[in-house]
Design a protein around this ligand. Structure first.
Ligand code: GAR
Length: 206
C-alpha cells in the first residue's frame, strides 16, 4: 500500500474498545489515518454508541435483511467504496468474512485476535487459553483470508498467563496489549512498511 493518510473503515460487533484505541492513537498523532466510518452488524453494539459520541459516521447493516452473505457483504462494499476506504479494520467483528468483501479488498482487511495464532481461533480465545493451561498467550494482528483467524500474521504480542488467572483477568491484560498493538501495526501499514510474500509478512523497520 502506498504510504499516506489511511482512510479506515472499522467493522465491530461489540464493545468498541479497539475502535476507541485506534481513534485515540489518531488524535495523539501516533497513527496517520482517518476513521471514515464504523459499520456494525449488531444494532445494540456499544461500538455504534461510542462512534456516535465521538462524532464518527456509523452505520448498522442488518444481516437479517439480506438473503445470503454475498448480498449482505455487497452492501458493506457499497458503503466502503462510497467512502474510498483504503483499509478495512476488523475490531471485534464476529463474522466470517466472505468472498465478496475479500475480493473487493484483497490484502486490505486486517483483524485482531486475542490469542497467539494459530492457537485458540474463534470464540472465547482467552477462555480456551486458560482452560488449556498454556503459560503464555497474547494477541495477533493478521490479514484476513477466507478461513477463521487463519490469514498471514503481521505481528504478535506475548502476554503471560498467571496461575490463578480467570478468563476475565487474562482478557483484560491482553486487551491492554491489543490497543497498543493495533495502532502500531496500522501505522506501519500507513507508512508503507508492510510487505506480503505468500503467507509471510515482512515489516521494514529501517
Ligand atoms: C477483542 O478482544 C478482540 O480481539 C476480539 O473481540 C474483542 C473485541 O473487543 N476479537 C475476536 O475474538 C475476533 N476473533 P472490543 O469490541 O472492545 O474492541
Amino acid at each position: 500500500m502506498e504510504p499516506g493518510c489511511l482512510r479506515l473503515a472499522v467493522l465491530a460487533s461489540g464493545r468498541g474498545s479497539n475502535f476507541l484505541a485506534i481513534l485515540e492513537a489518531i488524535k495523539q498523532g501516533r497513527l496517520n489515518a482517518q476513521i471514515e466510518v464504523l459499520i456494525s452488524d449488531k444494532s445494540a453494539a456499544l461500538a455504534l454508541q461510542k462512534a456516535e459520541e465521538a462524532g464518527i459516521p456509523h452505520i448498522f447493516i442488518d444481516p437479517s435483511l439480506f438473503p445470503d452473505r454475498p448480498s449482505y457483504e455487497s452492501e458493506i462494499v457499497k458503503q466502503l467504496q462510497a467512502r474510498e476506504i483504503d483499509l478495512v479494520v476488523l475490531a471485534g467483528y464476529m463474522r466470517l468474512v466472505g468472498k465478496v468483501l475479500l475480493q473487493a479488498y484483497p490484502h486490505r482487511i486486517v483483524n485482531i485476535h486475542p490469542a497467539l495464532l494459530p492457537s485458540f481461533t474463534g470464540l472465547h480465545a482467552q477462555r480456551q487459553a486458560v482452560d488449556y493451561g498454556v503459560k503464555f498467550s497474547g494477541c495477533t494482528v493478521h490479514f484476513v483470508d477466507d478461513g477463521m483467524d487463519t490469514g498471514p500474521i503481521i505481528e504478535q504480542v506475548v502476554v503471560p498467563v498467571l496461575p490463578d488467572d480467570s478468563e476475565d483477568d487474562l482478557a483484560e491484560r491482553i486487551l491492554v496489549q491489543e490497543h497498543e498493538l493495533y495502532a502500531r501495526v496500522l501505522q506501519w501499514i500507513a507508512e508503507g512498511r508492510v510487505y506480503i510474500e505468500g503467507r509471510k509478512i515482512y515489516v521494514d523497520h529501517d
